[in-house]
Design a protein around this ligand. Structure first.
Ligand code: ADP
Ligand code: MG
Length: 370
């Protein structure tokens, strides 16, 4: 089932009573989540991700705008009538019930003619347990499970009613790094296997990039950019999105365009055909630097970190907005790790220009606005 969000806005009275103005948690959010896809809703803490998810589930009602599941306007439907499965950061399992009883719980709450028979309930609970691969654990209590296993039970419980939509709010935050990695792959597998339209909320860009068909990048309640993870990474619309995606992060320099040339400090580093004269932020992905003796950008070399498959060059430059920058190059490219300086040629498709005031992308050469 596809989900359509139309001009969704949610305002809250400020929690600080002294401030009269409302908090705009979600502002004019319009997007269509395609049927059967996993969409990653991404942004820093407080940007409105949970509020958006709660609007989709019906736990919150929008101040204005509407929500459609398929062709049905669900904007004023209560959560229990929307057919959504919810998973939160805190698994909130019932400690006194077994795993199976926890999964059965939502089915036992169904009243009237829709209530499945006992056999159907058991079959569906076991099927959900199988799907998340905890069928051997169904007799245990939550306290006898690891964090990752508990989160799987929570997912099984969300799936047991066969929802048309699965909503996950930072479901991996309580897990340690290794389990997080494993469980996110599990979530992807389960989503593929069931084909349920899924919204996955996280503040972790790597997590969202790795498992999503599409990502939505939010800031201060506003959708900044949507698209396939690779496209958003390759073609950010503003400096915020450029900086938010990617590890190590993009390197931001103060630069200036003069006569269709980009200058960083005194160095004329790149042809930027079509870009207007003026100050810019020049942001270069770590993989956008080519060490070269005749490279036009000169930097101080801090250190070289060998990481096996590739090598990190940690460099300094007076125009850099951060203390140090980081270039990632193939191992073996750095001939003299003890050199005091390094020169780089910049790859144009990895070098993006932004307006220093608004942060908006400045397109040049073959790059252009969509
Ligand atoms: P996220 O999930 O991205 O961290 P939230 O959606 O929880 O962000 O919150 C977005 C903004 O709305 C924040 O500024 C938050 O303080 C505010 N907010 C959320 N819920 C309420 C509420 N019930 N009352 C007042 N302000 C709220
Ligand atoms: Mg949240």
């Amino acid at each position: 089932m596809n989900i359509t969000l139309k001009n969704l806005t949610k305002k809250f009275p400020n929690r600080n009573r002294k401030i009269k103005e409302d908090v705009v948690a979600v502002s004019n959010f319009t997007f269509e989540i395609p049927d059967g896809k996993l969409v990653g809703l991404l942004g820093p803490s407080g940007c409105g991700k949970s509020t958006t998810l709660n609007l989709i589930s019906g736990l919150e009602t929008p101040t204005s705008g509407s929500i459609f599941f398929g062709d049905t306007d669900v904007t004023s439907l209560p959560p229990e009538k929307r057919g959504v499965g919810l998973v939160f950061q805190n698994y909130a399992l019932y400690p006194h019930l077994t795993v199976l009883q926890n999964i059965l719980f939502p089915l036992q709450n169904i009243k009237g003619k829709d209530r499945p028979t006992k056999e159907e309930m058991n079959a569906r609970a076991l099927e959900a347990a199988r799907l998340v691969q905890i069928e051997e654990l169904t007799d245990r209590r939550p306290s006898e499970l690891s964090g990752g296993q508990q989160q799987r039970v929570a997912i099984a419980r969300a799936l047991v009613k066969m929802p048309g939509v699965l909503l996950l709010d930072e479901p991996l935050s309580n897990l340690d790094a290794r389990l997080r990695l494993q469980t996110r792959e599990e979530i992807r597998r389960i989503q593929r296997e069931t084909g349920i339209t899924t919204v996955f909320v996280t503040h972790d860009q790597e997590e969202a990039m790795s498992i999503s068909d599409l990502i939505i990048v939010m800031k201060d309640g506003v959708v900044n950019q949507t698209g396939k993870p690779q496209n958003v990474y390759d073609d950010p619309v503003n400096l915020f999105v450029a900086k938010f995606l990617g590890t190590p992060p993009i390197n931001v320099f103060d630069g200036e365009v003069k006569g269709e040339k980009l200058y960083i400090g005194e160095d004329e580093v790149l042809d930027v055909k079509g870009a207007r004269d003026g100050k810019v932020k020049a942001a270069v992905r770590p993989e956008g630097f080519i060490p070269a003796e005749d490279g036009k950008l000169s930097c101080g070399m801090e250190r070289v970190e060998v990481m096996g498959r590739d090598t990190s060059i940690v460099f300094k430059n007076a125009s850099l907005n951060t203390d140090v920058g980081r270039a990632i190059v193939e191992s073996g490219v750095v001939k003299d790790p003890d050199a005091r300086s390094v020169r780089f040629t910049l790859k144009p498709n990895k070098t993006h220009l932004f307006d220093p005031e608004s942060g908006a992308r400045i397109y040049y050469g073959d790059t252009k606005a969509e």
